[in-house]
Design a protein around this ligand. Structure first.
Ligand code: IPM
Ligand code: MN
Length: 350
């Protein structure tokens, strides 16, 4: 019997509440599909930082490499200055574990949840593949004359041929396996004439190896327009780190909001980390009001990644059933059920 070691970081705010529901579902699906697992809990996040000033102990990266996957709730605390926990925990894990793909499915489960009129589940079913290790997130740059009237702040987008190519390769492989086999490069070749020139050249070159995949290109600004106007045009989209961050929040909205949006930080040959993308939602913390479906979807992605494909699909189907047949809305406090009741419904629908 297969057995998996999963590191769990419930994190801040509503993170622990939604992760608890995900773990309930994990237990149920493991019994149904006949695999074993063990979890180790880590309390990294705002509370620990405020208590001990410790963000992420150095030894932990090595430790995480011994797991099959990481399951993350949310990082971000209202009493901690923005950037400290995000950079010190979330981005550090992405970088140090070389999770160079950020995979974000945008899938509408029921037309009631879509804010755009006349769009149905068949119109909104695409995946954004965001480069997750370079670009503006590399943190390169400097201040000049800081604090003076002549101050300059420089923030560099760092793009390597190797980094772009491995991301594009993943995207082509991913697109190839989907029925429509269509891949869109999203960039800004008309202005970012260094970074996206390289992206574009690498894309054109790789395309020759993937003759079965239909390709096209869209500027990022136009992409946001088409997400709203013609989301049915998209199948798989590949883009850099910053643009991927931005367009996936819009993607989350057209699929019904942060209550349902999940993502995976993937190292195809290493340890990957899965999370609901909505953040810590401090105002809903402890109220049993937040929607756990995003975290449960993240669990489904985790299971697929470790090789429990059937279990992953069962979880996704159960989420879909609960969303369609039970929930009034996907937003916190408007579901018609509490956080834990939604978790129970998913378990029953497996
Ligand atoms: C995300 C988040 C993070 C990002 C923040 C919290 C650093 O917005 O996962 O999309 O910008 O990548
Ligand atoms: Mn984001």
């Amino acid at each position: 019997m297969a057995s998996y070691k999963i590191a769990v970081i419930p994190g801040d705010g509503t993170g622990p509440e939604v992760i608890a529901e995900g773990l309930k579902v994990l237990q149920a699906v493991a019994e149904k599909c006949g695999f074993k697992y063990s979890t180790v809990r880590y309390d990294f996040g705002g509370e620990r930082y405020l208590r001990t000033k410790e963000i992420l102990p150095a030894s932990v990266i090595k430790e995480f490499k011994t797991f099959h996957a990481i399951y993350l709730g949310a990082i971000g605390h209202p009493q901690v200055k923005p950037g400290i926990l995000e950079k010190g925990i979330l981005l550090k894990l992405r970088f140090d574990l070389d999770q160079y793909i950020n995979l974000r499915p945008v899938k509408l489960y029921d037309e009631r949840f879509c804010p755009i009129k006349n769009k149905t589940p068949k119109d909104i079913d695409f995946v954004v593949i965001r480069e997750n290790s370079e670009g503006l997130y590399k943190g390169m740059g400097e201040f000049k004359n800081k604090g003076t009237k002549r101050e300059v702040a420089i923030q560099i987008s760092y793009n390597t041929r190797k980094g772009i190519e491995r991301c594009l390769r993943y995207a082509f492989e991913y697109a190839r396996k989907r029925p429509r086999q269509q891949l869109t490069l999203c960039g800004k070749t008309n202005v970012l004439t260094y970074a996206f020139d390289l992206w574009e050249r690498a894309f054109q070159e790789l395309k020759k190896e993937y003759a079965d995949v239909k390709t096209d290109y869209a500027h990022v600004d136009a992409t946001t327009m088409w997400f709203v106007k013609n989301p049915e045009w998209f199948d798989v989209i590949v883009t850099d780190n910053m643009f991927g961050d931005i367009i996936t929040d819009l993607g989350a909205m057209i699929q019904g909001g942060m209550g349902i949006a999940a993502g995976g930080n993937i190292n195809p040959k290493g340890v990957s980390m899965f999370e609901p993308i909505g953040g810590s939602a401090p105002k809903y913390t402890g109220k049993n009001m937040i929607n756990p479906l995003a975290a449960i979807c993240a669990l489904g992605m985790l299971l697929e990644q470790v090789g429990e494909t059937q279990a992953g699909q069962m979880v996704e189907k159960a989420v879909q059933t609960v969303a369609r047949n039970h929930l009034k809305d996907l937003a916190a406090g408007q579901m018609g059920y509490s956080t834990s009741e939604v978790g129970d419904l998913v378990m029953k629908s497996l």
